[in-house]
Write a protein that binds this ligand. Sequence first.
Ligand code: UDP
Ligand code: MG
Length: 340
Amino acid sequence: MDGSSVSAAEGAAAPAGHRGDGPFRLSVIVPMFNEEGSTDAFFDAVIPVAESLTSDFEILCVDDGSKDATAARVEARAADDARIGLIRFSRNFGKEAALTAAFDYCDGDAVVSIDADLQMRPEVIRDMVAKWREGWDVVAATRADRETDSGVRAFLSRRFYHYFNRISDTPIPPETGDFRLMDRGVVMALRQLPERTRFMKGLFAWVGFSTTTIAYDHGERHAGTSSFRLWTLWNFALDGITSFSTFPLRIWSYMGFVTAFLAFLYGSWIVLRTLIFGIDVPGYASLLVFTLFLGGIQLISLGVLGEYIGRLLQETKRRPIYLTRSTVLPRGREDAEDGP
Ligand code: UDP
Ligand code: MG
């Protein structure tokens, strides 16, 4: 485990001193979208783990505009268990927005984000807390395998992170996801990031802090199916790249230079050839090929500009990242009205 912690901690701070074995408050934050089949099993699995760690914890669920009975299931549990809270969105805003809301409302000393589908085993939280006590600010769980993903998804995902890390200033440790423990200070830092495009994996990396990793086996979904189709993931990837790199914008200046240089060489050759051998009429094929090729290149560069400009537009509108229709915070917290 120490080997992997080196790669994740690259460029980040070393851990602070031991946090001691005293009492602490734990926040478990859970984005939920159409998870009615998993919620009860999730609570049954996570509550004993939390209880074994501390007497003071909250489980903060964010219902991301589910179309099924997810919210009702959580409300039923929250009625009996004051440690469970529920933030309901007015519609589906996406997992990244759900995580953002949870970070805005949670108040633990240590905050663990975890999916509701039990693909991430709650027992791992024990090891995370142990690492946090050792002094690490962030403990990210890394997937030991990608067996539960389709071959295509696993392959594309790996490619994406490979290229992302080559062009981004803030590399993302491979195979880490949204299953992680963060110290309160890290959550405070995340709250300061104002952008509307919430590529959380990138934001996690951007804020820094001392980071270590724990490997875990990613299980099968407890119930239901993944909400992420290839097209969603593609747009997610574009969000990530445009938020963390301007390389796709800059590359076109270089392409322009190279093309202009080659055009100059070719033009000189044509002039020379005309001077030596006279006017040579045929040239239809080469003319068409060059026109189409340059047209294609120009359209691609325009498209890249469009990707950035569209996102700039989203940012300048400064719409809220999410809207809530109701907020029930765990008992003992009277700050519901003061939320963001
Ligand atoms: N999720 C969400 N909003 C969405 C899609 C997903 O809050 O629009 C939640 C979902 O309920 C789950 C987590 O995000 O807790 C991960 O989703 P999923 O299991 O579908 O993704 P995968 O594990 O396939 O990446
Ligand atoms: Mg899942």
